[in-house]
Design a protein around this ligand. Structure first.
Ligand code: SF4
Length: 59
């Protein structure tokens, strides 16, 4: 399962740019998941790698 730590997120938008299928920016300026990530696809991994603060984690 993929989680976004909203406290860590700095709202840079890199995850949404890397993987718009799963990531979008919320009204609070932080990233949100559009749907549950069942398997870590290449673009989900790209978003994880793109996050400058490591706010996207796999559990
Ligand atoms: S890449 Fe990381 S810091 Fe940037 S918006 Fe996404 S979760 Fe937030």
């Amino acid at each position: 399962m993929i989680k976004i730590d909203k406290d860590m997120c700095i709202g840079c938008g890199a995850c949404a740019a890397s993987c718009p299928e799963y990531f979008d920016m919320d009204e609070d300026g932080k990233a949100k998941l559009l749907k549950e990530v069942v398997s870590v696809t290449e673009c989900v991994q790209d978003a994880i790698d793109a996050c400058p603060v490591g706010a996207i984690t796999k559990e």
